[in-house]
Ligand binder design. Structure first.
Ligand code: PBG
Length: 326
């Protein structure tokens, strides 16, 4: 095939022409802002490895959430950081009505109502004293089915507290089906499940572990996926859709754009991708050295994730992007 008369630069001549032929959109409503809320602090606390991201107090969370929603972000994903002394082997503080995540969900639900999409991380790692995403058996292994029972309690507590969306991120087998059944039985038939369907055992979660004060020693490789496994990732996506996931997510994003594309091609439901803490920190650090331009690179990575097929992107820059694009 030859196109002797084609000069692709012709369509790049003016900003208006470039805008007219742009294939990929990046809009604030497609972005979800992950936020951290900590118990037992009186002022918001910076996260050293994630410049610009903080652990919020309940009050500072309310203000920052209102600002992000006013700026136009599509949703908020909340992570709770309990006090160390409240962590236990089964993550009870995640289920407790007065646990920090559930309290913060009620705050935001009452402030924001249906003006935004309120999401919660449905996982145990922030709440357990051993830092694993599940409950351990007597040999110290993560017990799949016992963990799913706990996830149901977590999801119901989060839905009771006002979450529109629960986000099971622990990669247990059957977690989506268990949570769907549990939510329905509790009358939460409208609560959406955003399933972390293909979640890889990634070094890029490093800064997040500081962000939530993780107690984990060891790794998550018995439940998170091998970074080299693409076919298995698509199997996980299909299983989650079959179990009732309303949205499926691939995580991390940038190193896994092939998986995002393949998931987008097969999925009948919306696909999300999570630009995780390490992706944010890496770019922030390079920009702080003036090695790259933060805004240019952040927008380029998010556009690339959209181009790969993600309908929704979770990013710590969600509110910033809304400002940049305004
Ligand atoms: C698990 C969870 C993690 C992240 C989101 N949900 C940590 C992990 O799996 O180790 C990581 C997010 C990020 O790195 O930005 N609750």
């Amino acid at each position: 095939m030859a196109f002797p008369r084609h000069r692709p630069r012709r369509l790049r001549t003016t900003p208006a022409l470039r805008r007219l032929v742009a294939e990929t959109t990046l809009e604030p409503r497609q972005l979800v802002l992950p936020m951290f809320v900590a118990d037992g602090i009186s002022e918001s606390r910076p996260i050293a490895s994630m410049p610009g991201v903080v652990q919020h107090t309940r009050d500072s969370l309310r203000r920052a959430a209102a600002d992000a929603v006013a700026a136009g972000v599509g949703g908020l994903m909340l992570f709770g950081v309990p006090r160390d002394e409240d962590k236990d082997p089964t993550g009870s503080v995640g289920v407790a009505e007065d646990g920090i995540l559930n309290v913060a969900l009620r705050d935001l639900a009452s402030d924001l109502g249906d003006d935004t999409v309120l999401m919660a991380d449905t996982c145990l790692d922030e709440f357990t004293d051993h830092g694993h995403c599940g409950v351990l058996d007597s040999a110290g292994r993560v017990d799949n089915d016992l963990t799913n029972k706990r996830y149901v309690e977590l999801a119901v507590a989060q839905a009771d507290s006002g979450a529109h969306v629960v986000g099971p991120s622990g990669m247990m087998d059957g977690q989506v089906a268990a949570i769907r059944d549990g939510l329905d039985a509790a009358g939460h038939t409208d609560t959406v499940i955003l399933a972390y369907a293909a979640k890889f055992a990634s070094g890029f979660y490093g800064p997040f572990r500081e962000a939530v004060g993780s107690s984990l020693r060891g790794d998550r490789r018995t439940y998170q996926q091998n970074p080299g496994n693409a076919r298995e990732a698509l199997h996980e996506v299909e299983l989650d859709i079959d179990e009732g996931a309303d949205i499926v997510m691939v995580k991390p994003a940038m190193g896994y754009l092939d998986v995002v594309r393949a998931a987008a091609d097969l999925s009948p439901v919306p696909v999300a991708a999570y630009q995780v803490s390490g992706e944010y920190s890496m770019i922030s650090a390079a920009a702080a050295n003036d090695w790259i331009d933060l805004q240019t690179v952040a927008l380029e990575t998010l556009t690339s994730i959209r181009r790969a097929g993600a309908d929704i992107v979770l990013t710590y820059w969600a509110a910033d992007v809304a400002g940049w694009l305004a």
